[in-house]
Design a protein around this ligand. Structure first.
Ligand SMILES: Cc1ncc(COP(=O)(O)O)c(C=O)c1O
Length: 407
């Protein structure tokens, strides 16, 4: 009966990364792979959720106050004039907001520009909608955007450019000049932008998140997507949103109603409490993550990882495998699980361009096979336990010793 599956379903096969995650479970490895926190969500928002359930906000619901507050935040953070009655769709996380946005604007054969590396889910959504992903490689080690590469990838079939900043997996925050380049291309080619701003509140040192929609002529062509998930450590609550010109927001709302009807009612209520958190909350979020970033950078640099780019935002470190090590990213993670009891994500799952099809010798890796993504959205106890496990495998100089095992 398997032939009954749709072509789309058949195209989504399990990846080597999913297999590694089974191995990690069998080995009870410390999880630095997945991008969700293992520490509690803030008490004030949990109380709000419990209280919403007890107040019987348990049916289909649209919390208009949430849109009103998002409009206030968009003005305060980015100077955007957003009509809370017409320009916002509340969805089940950024994931649904993005999918609904794609279905709202993409027709079969439309091209959509994505940066490479990028978060994995965009490509699948775009192909499900019949769109054609076109990847523009960012240049390592700082993941710089080469304006020429972007220009060469845009055609009259380009419907939209997808931008995620701060970025998963690299931790890059696109610079003002890079954003101006992207905005210029959108204006010149009259195309739309879909932004994923889930890490908008997690930036380090002097980095500040700037929304692409705030550039001249961009609000009228940008769909901002974001969510509660990362800012409030509640990835399971599934509350997110899209902010867009009224005609697009209306299309997104129509699609959202057909797919999920509404985001979870009690968590929409709690989202309002969350977004109204005092500025100290957002400052301490940034401070805490910056100290976790510093901890993991020091730890991995100490055991030999090549870290030429320190994350400027997000909850991930994209680290290059020690030069002397002749394992690929997938092999390295496999050995990391088996020998050190720590799991992270091989970088290749985030790359789509230039992957060398055929490996001639062990040294012949393309850079897409040399990166490992570590999530540092973990408690200090988890990070210290990972440090201890990695320390046990280090040699006298402190360098991690991983070897190819046969089992
Ligand atoms: C860049 C990015 N966007 C979106 C998501 C998922 O967001 P949500 O939980 O709001 O669907 C993630 C989760 O890891 C992410 O890294």
């Amino acid at each position: 009966m398997e032939e009954k599956l749709s072509t789309v379903a058949k195209s989504f096969t399990s990846s080597p990364i999913q297999e590694l995650s089974h191995l990690a479970q069998r080995c009870s490895a410390i999880n630095l792979a997945e991008g969700f926190p293992d520490f509690p969500a803030p008490a004030h928002i949990k109380t709000a959720a419990v209280s919403a359930i007890n107040s019987d906000f348990n049916q289909y619901r649209h919390v208009q106050g949430l849109c009103d507050h998002l409009a206030i935040m968009a003005k305060k953070m980015h100077g955007l004039d957003v009509n809370p009655l017409t320009d916002i769709a509340i969805c089940c996380g950024q994931t649904e907001a993005f999918a609904a946005a794609v279905f709202a604007i993409i027709d079969r054969g439309d091209e959509v520009v994505l940066f490479d590396p990028s978060y994995e889910t965009y490509e699948g959504c775009i192909t499900m909608a019949g769109g054609i992903p076109v990847f523009v490689a960012l240049d390592p080690p700082h993941w710089t955007l080469d304006p020429n590469k972007l220009l060469q990838s845009v055609t009259r079939r380009t419907k939209a450019i997808v931008l995620n900043s701060p970025q998963n997996p690299t931790g890059k925050v696109f610079s003002k000049d890079e954003l101006e380049t992207i905005a210029g291309v959108c204006r010149t080619w009259n195309c739309l932008a879909i932004t994923d701003e889930v890490y908008e509140h997690i930036t380090f040192e002097n980095e500040k998140h700037i929304s692409l929609a705030s550039f001249s002529g961009m609000q009228e062509r940008t769909i901002i997507t974001s969510s509660l998930s990362k800012t409030f450590s509640v990835t399971g609550w599934r509350v997110g949103w899209a902010i867009a010109p009224a005609f697009i927001a209306s299309a997104i709302r129509n699609i959202h109603v057909k797919i999920t009807d509404s985001a979870p009612a009690p968590f929409q209520e709690a989202a309002l409490t969350a977004l109204r958190s005092p500025s100290e909350y957002f400052e301490s979020l940034r401070r805490d993550y910056e100290s976790k970033r510093d901890y993991i950078v020091k730890l991995l640099a100490g055991i030999g990882f090549k870290i030429e780019f320190k994350p400027q935002g997000s909850i991930f470190l994209f680290a290059e495998i020690p030069e002397s090590c002749l394992l690929s990213d997938v092999e390295y993670v496999k050995e990391l699980i088996k020998q050190a009891g720590v799991v992270a994500v091989p970088g290749r799952g985030f790359f789509h361009t230039n992957l060398s099809m055929k490996k001639i010798s062990q040294e012949d890796f393309s850079y897409q096979e040399r990166y490992i993504r570590f999530a540092f959205c973990k408690s200090d106890t988890t990070l210290a336990a990972a440090a201890q496990k990695l320390g046990k495998l280090s040699d006298a100089t402190g360098r991690l010793k991983l070897h190819h095992s046969d089992t």
